[in-house]
Design a protein around this ligand. Structure first.
Ligand SMILES: Nc1ncnc2c1ncn2[C@@H]1O[C@H](COP(=O)(O)OP(=O)(O)O)[C@@H](O)[C@H]1O
Ligand SMILES: [Mg+2]
Length: 385
């Protein structure tokens, strides 16, 4: 009898959990996702976890990529591309939609699929549509593979600025005034929709923020100072999402807070302040990633304000049924009130990003953060929870 199939003795360590780090993707945040994945691949504890890097091209094809995080950094003010790191160009990686089989395969037209081994947990380092919005999470649910971060509903809510605001407000968090213009309304009667926006401006004043409902990294957002810029701002937002939001400008300091799931539940980090960048009209894409506006950690707040924003951040996490992590972004108005701007279920996650920086200041290092997220995912039961 062969000894190969005997149960492992208790002294023998079980094989390391296999983490598939998935990055890139179809959203406009493809490049930033790659930069983040590079940092995760660098920092993840390889003595504890086996790692399988999987890139998703801009077209949505899953490919095996080189495990070379140094090639995943911003160079010459340009972000990297999955296509440049793909190891094979013909086939694709497939995660079977079969909860009894966690074996990932590489399949190429005309040849026998190659088994790539089992995956125990997926770390979707993806931002925006088809990654952070619940769609990928749905696929992972069907596949029965645990994954880092929020589930289907929380991810979808976190991606959609309309439903995010509705849910947060229904749980008593304060949100700023906003208007939603859906594609059908716009298609039916543009001028009536435009009049609704102008009336909204009459009530709340200019400037307005015109945003795609489901984007991120400030992409497609315009701060509009008056009627003259309105049409172009609407068109720009609609280029990214047929549903758009019009928001009144909230005057206040920008304060962010991280929430992380510990064994005993979610805890909030020390908050950070994003000072208004001088070279940019607001905290836009360039300010965030290219010129990397530094945040102030911890935010210079009173003890009461700090406690308040931490409490609100955990409330936002709970209100939207988040899992693993969330970054909750607030404005602190002149009246001393915290108005929630948004939540991010997969916030910027490079070591210099605000979320890891806030946890660093709270005593959780970047590698520990990754470890905690993976462990939280492995702990979580699959299915309804
Ligand atoms: N209603 C608003 N009032 C004031 N500033 C805003 C408002 N909405 C957005 N901003 C500014 O624009 C930035 C990006 O907007 P946000 O809604 O956070 O979009 P994203 O999801 O792309 O990060 C914010 O960090 C803030 O600086
Ligand atoms: Mg934001």
């Amino acid at each position: 009898m062969s000894t190969e199939n005997l149960p492992q003795s208790p002294e023998q360590p079980a094989r390391k959990p296999r983490v598939a780090v998935v990055f890139g993707g179809r959203s406009s945040e493809h490049g930033i996702s790659m930069v983040t994945a590079g940092a995760v691949l660098t920092a993840i504890d390889r003595t504890k976890y086996d790692v399988l890097p999987i890139g998703i091209t801009r077209e949505g094809r899953w490919v095996l990529t080189a495990d070379e995080p140094e090639r995943m950094a911003i160079a010459d003010r340009r972000t990297p591309e999955v296509a440049d790191l793909a190891e094979e160009h013909e086939g694709g990686v497939v995660l079977p939609v079969d909860p009894t089989n966690r074996e990932v395969v590489y399949s190429e037209p005309g040849s026998v699929p190659k088994a790539l081994g089992e995956v125990d947990v997926v770390f979707p380092v993806l931002h925006g549509p088809y990654g952070e919005d619940g769609t990928l999470q749905g696929l992972l649910e069907l596949s029965g593979v645990p994954y880092v971060g929020s589930g289907v509903l929380a991810s979808a809510v976190g991606q959609d600025k309309e439903y995010m605001k509705r849910i947060l407000a229904s749980y008593g968090l304060k949100v700023g005034p906003y208007l939603v213009i859906r594609p059908r309304e716009w298609a039916r009667d543009e001028s009536a929709a435009r009049k609704r926006i102008v009336d909204f401006a009459g009530e709340h004043g200019w400037p307005l923020f015109v945003k795609p409902a489901r984007a991120g990294s400030s992409i497609g957002i315009t701060k509009v100072d008056g009627l003259a810029g309105l049409d172009e701002a609407i068109a720009e937002a609609q280029r990214h999402d047929p549903k758009i939001l019009i928001e009144a400008a909230v005057r206040g300091r920008e304060i962010e807070c991280g929430v992380l799931e510990f064994e005993d539940g979610p805890r909030a980090s020390v908050p950070a302040e994003i000072p208004p960048p001088d070279a940019h009209a607001y905290y836009d894409f360039e300010a965030k990633y290219i010129d990397s506006t530094p945040g102030v950690v911890p935010a210079p707040l009173t003890e009461e304000q700090t406690a308040e924003v931490r409490r609100l951040a955990v409330e936002a996490f709970e209100a939207t049924s988040c899992e693993g992590l969330v970054r909750a972004d607030f404005f602190l108005t002149e009246d001393g009130e915290f108005v929630i701007n948004e939540i991010n279920t997969m916030p910027g996650f490079t070591p210099i990003s605000m979320y890891p920086q806030m946890w660093q200041a709270t005593g959780v290092s970047y590698p520990e953060l990754i470890d905690r997220l993976v462990r939280a995912a492995l702990r979580r039961p699959t299915g309804l929870r």
